[in-house]
Design a protein around this ligand. Structure first.
Ligand SMILES: [Zn+2]
Length: 281
């Protein structure tokens, strides 16, 4: 049984603030240890649940976060951010299950800790058809296109509720409760790890219960930026339409292609910010 793990950072127990998740910020070096600990818990639980291979995709920011020497040696790790499917890299038909560890609520998804969708600074919302799509739905859609079910998600209480709403039956492991976007009440790291290990093993023990998440096709990807200028830049791509001053959309039946297009939008967003770096309020 081949198991895929996509691990983000904002939903790791103990993490509450951008100073915890940003390279060079005061608490980052400590918090990447917390991330590595939860990663190991998911790997251990996977093997307890019957996995024969585990592939971990480092899915946060630089995607260079996990401390590899401290990781369970039975797993392999994807390190680096230049991958077309980004957080969903490695999700292909050869995988039997995927786990989303350390995930967070979508932008505007309640008061979820560090809630955002891919980009906290310049992106307001993403939709797949009419559904608001956070990272959980977007990555689940890529997994579903390959026939791979999401069997475990871990994060705060808001993320767990989002996972149930999007996926239905999924093992959802809560490691903290959101007080505000930048404040959380967390269980001890040892408790978080035990919950995740047990949740991973339990999920694989009833793998047959989970269905891949499928979005209705053809699918319209719609992105709402904070800036009209970024939307205008994205609309230069042939086939992309400007559906509102700050919004662009594109329709396809190829869900991974929509995801790859989203990443191109993000690169244009980065270019737009670089071209206009001064604040004006
Ligand atoms: Zn992240």
């Amino acid at each position: 049984m081949k198991v895929h793990i996509s691990i983000d950072m904002e939903g790791i127990g103990g993490i509450a603030d951008g100073a915890d998740t940003t390279v060079g910020a005061p608490h980052y070096e400590y918090c990447r240890k917390l991330m590595t600990g939860e990663c190991n818990a998911a790997i251990e639980g996977s093997f307890e649940g019957g996995a024969t291979e585990v592939l971990v995709n480092d899915s946060h920011g630089t995607m260079l976060n996990l401390l590899q020497e401290e990781l369970d040696p039975r797993a392999q790790v994807v390190r680096g951010r230049t991958k077309a499917l980004s957080m969903a890299h490695g999700l292909d038909a050869g995988m039997d299950a995927t786990m989303f560890v350390g995930y967070h609520a979508r932008a505007g998804g309640g008061d979820g800790v560090l809630n955002h969708t891919m980009r906290g600074h310049d992106l307001a919302d993403v939709f797949l058809n009419t559904e608001p799509a956070g990272e959980l739905r977007l990555n689940a859609a890529v997994a579903g296109a390959a026939g791979v079910p999401v069997v475990l998600v871990t994060g705060d209480d808001v993320l767990c509720a989002e996972a149930k709403a999007v996926l239905g039956d999924v093992e959802a492991v809560e490691v903290k409760k959101a007080v505000d976007k930048y404040t959380a009440v967390s269980v001890h790291p040892s408790v978080a790890r035990q919950r995740i290990r047990e949740g991973a093993a339990r999920a694989l023990g009833r793998l047959g219960d989970f269905a891949p998440y499928r979005v209705e096709t053809p699918t319209t990807l719609r992105v709402a930026w904070n800036s009209t200028s970024t939307a205008a830049l994205c609309a230069n791509i042939p086939g992309v339409t400007r559906v509102a001053p700050r919004e662009v959309a594109y329709t396809s039946s190829d869900v991974p292609a929509l995801y790859r297009l989203l990443r191109v939008f993000f690169q244009l967003g980065t270019a737009a910010l670089a071209a206009n770096p001064y604040t004006y309020d």
